[in-house]
Design a protein around this ligand. Structure first.
Ligand code: UD1
Length: 419
C-alpha cells in the first residue's frame, strides 16, 4: 500500500513548477472528440483522472499517446462508438463531461449515471436539462443515460446555479448545434476560460467565458490544434498553504495570482507575505499565523471549495479561531477527524467548522478521505512534530502529479513508499 511519510517541524525553502490544471484538462480531453483532426495538449498533467479519460477516449475508438513527459496527442478521426462502459464511468466521477461532446459529434450518447462521490451527491440535473433545451432526448431510467439528438439547435439556456460541469458540458454540446447558444448564469471559473480558449484554437466562435454569459457558435467543422493547459490553481494553493503551515519561503513557477486572489488574500490576512510577478507566485511566512475572518466557499470568484481543507490545515496552529462555511458540497469535512488525530482542535456543526489554533501538532497515522482532504493532511503534517504516515494516497494521485516530489523541492521531508 503506497503512503507518504512526512517528517514535520522544519521550515520550507525552495521552488517548484506548477503542473497543468486537472479541472481544465478533463473537459479539454472531452472537447478533443469534437474534431477529426489531431489535438496536441501541452502541459497535460499525468494523473489518475487523465489516465481514466484516456481509457474513455480509447474505448470510443480514438488514439491517445504521450510524447515526452507532459504532451498528450489525441486523435478522434476514427471515433466509432458513443457509449462509455459503466466500469470507466465509475473510474472517473466527471465522466459526464463526455456527454456533450459525444452527442455533438455522434448525435447520440450513452453512459451510466455518475451517482455520488466522497463529497456527497453529485447531481447532473442541470447538465441534462440544458442538453434537453438544445434538443436532446434523454432517457435516464435504470442508471444509464440514453441520449439522442438528430439535430441540436442553439438557444438561450439559463442555469439555476453556476455549475462548472454543466457550463462546460453545454459549451461542448453547443459546438454541434446550429446557430448561437447562450449560457446565462454560467460558471466563471478560469477553467471555463481555458476551455473557451481551446475551442477558439479549434475554430469555434466562443466569447464571454469568465463572465456569467457565454456564447458559442460553430459554423463549420472544428480543426485540430496545439494547446497548452493553464496552471493548476488548486495545486498552487496547496503549496502556498504548505509554506504557511510550516513557515519559510517558497516560489511557485507558473502560478498565476489572478487565479488565486481569494486564497492569497486570506493568507495575507493570516500574516504571510505574497509576492507575485509574471514568473509565478511566492509566499514567505516567518511568524505564527493569526486566525482570519470567516472563510465561506462560493463559486468563482469566491473562495474555492477545493482549497477549504487545505487552508484549514494551514491554520491549525494559528492564534485565535477561524470559522469555515462550506456552501458547495455536503460532505466536505471528512478530513477533520484525521486532522484531529494530529492534535487539531476543530468543531463541526452542519456547514460550519470552527478551527481553534493549538500550540503544537504531533505526527500520527492518518488516511486520505478524498483528494483535497488528503492534500490537507500533508499540509498539516509539515507543521506537526515527528512523523506522520499518510495512507490511501490514491485519492491524492487523482489530482497531484508528484506531491511528494514537489514538497521535497520546497524543502520538506516527504517520502513516498510502498509503490
Ligand atoms: C467542479 C470541479 C470541482 C470543484 C467544483 C466546484 C471539475 C472536474 N471539478 O466540479 O473540483 O469542487 O467544480 O468548484 O472541474 N449541482 C447541481 N446540479 C447539477 C450540477 C451541479 O445541483 O447538475 C450542484 C452541485 O451539487 C454542487 C454545485 O452545484 O453543490 C456546484 O457543482 P459544480 O460547479 O457542477 O461542480 P463540478 O463541475 O461537479
Amino acid at each position: 500500500m503506497s503512503q507518504f511519510i512526512v517528517k514535520g517541524g522544519g521550515r520550507l525553502r525552495g521552488e517548484t513548477a506548477i503542473q497543468g490544471a486537472k479541472n481544465s484538462v478533463l473537459p479539454i480531453l472531452a472537447a478533443a472528440l469534437l474534431t477529426a483532426d489531431q489535438v496536441e495538449l501541452r502541459g497535460c498533467p499525468r494523473l489518475r483522472d487523465v489516465d481514466a479519460s484516456v481509457r474513455i477516449l480509447e474505448g470510443l475508438g480514438c488514439t491517445a499517446r504521450w510524447e515526452g513527459t507532459n504532451t498528450l496527442v489525441v486523435n478522434a478521426r476514427d471515433m466509432n462508438a458513443w457509449s462509455i462502459p459503466d466500469r470507466l464511468c465509475r473510474e472517473m466521477r466527471s465522466s459526464a463531461i463526455f456527454l456533450g461532446s459525444i452527442l455533438a459529434r455522434c448525435g447520440q450518447a450513452e453512459l451510466s449515471y455518475p451517482g455520488g462521490c466522497e463529497l456527497g451527491p453529485r447531481p447532473i440535473d442541470l447538465h441534462l436539462s440544458g442538453l434537453r433545451d438544445l434538443g436532446a432526448e434523454i432517457d435516464d431510467t435504470g442508471g444509464v443515460l440514453h441520449c439522442k439528438a438528430s439535430h441540436l439547435c442553439g438557444r438561450e439556456i439559463v442555469l439555476s446555479l453556476p455549475s462548472v460541469g454543466a457550463t462546460e458540458n453545454l459549451m461542448l454540446a453547443a459546438c454541434g448545434a446550429s446557430g448561437v447558444t447562450t449560457i446565462a448564469n454560467a460558471a466563471r471559473e478560469p477553467e471555463i476560460v481555458d476551455l473557451q480558449n481551446f475551442l477558439i484554437a479549434c475554430g469555434a466562435r466562443v466569447r464571454g467565458a469568465g463572465s456569467s454569459t457565454v456564447c458559442i457558435e460553430c459554423p463549420g467543422p472544428l480543426h485540430g490544434c496545439t494547446y497548452t493547459v493553464m496552471p493548476d490553481r488548486i495545486v498552487a494553493a496547496t503549496y502556498l498553504c504548505a509554506a504557511a503551515s510550516a513557515g519559510g519561503e517558497v516560489f511557485l513557477r507558473g502560478a498565476r495570482e489572478e487565479h488565486l486572489s481569494t486564497v492569497t488574500a486570506v493568507l495575507r490576512e493570516a500574516g504571510c507575505s505574497i509576492l507575485a510577478d509574471e514568473a509565478g507566485v511566492g509566499c514567505c511566512c516567518q511568524n505564527r499565523l493569526s486566525a482570519v475572518r470567516p472563510v465561506r466557499t462560493a463559486p468563482y470568484p469566491g473562495f474555492p471549495t477545493d482549497a477549504q481543507a487545505i487552508l484549514m490545515a494551514a491554520l491549525l496552529k494559528s492564534q485565535g479561531a477561524t470559522v469555515f462555511e462550506e456552501n458547495m458540497f455536503e460532505n466536505r469535512y471528512r478530513h477533520v477527524d484525521e486532522l484531529t488525530r494530529m492534535g487539531a482542535n476543530i468543531r463541526v456543526s452542519g456547514r460550519a467548522a470552527v478551527v481553534s489554533g493549538v500550540e503544537c501538532l504531533h505526527g500520527a497515522p492518518v488516511r486520505c478521505t478524498d483528494l483535497r482532504g488528503g492534500a490537507a493532511l500533508c499540509v498539516a503534517a509539515l507543521a506537526a512534530e515527528g512523523e506522520t504516515s499518510v495512507r490511501e494516497i490514491s485519492h491524492i494521485d487523482r489530482g497531484y502529479e508528484d506531491l511528494a516530489g514537489d514538497l521535497q523541492a520546497l524543502g520538506a521531508s516527504v517520502l513516498r513508499t510502498g509503490d
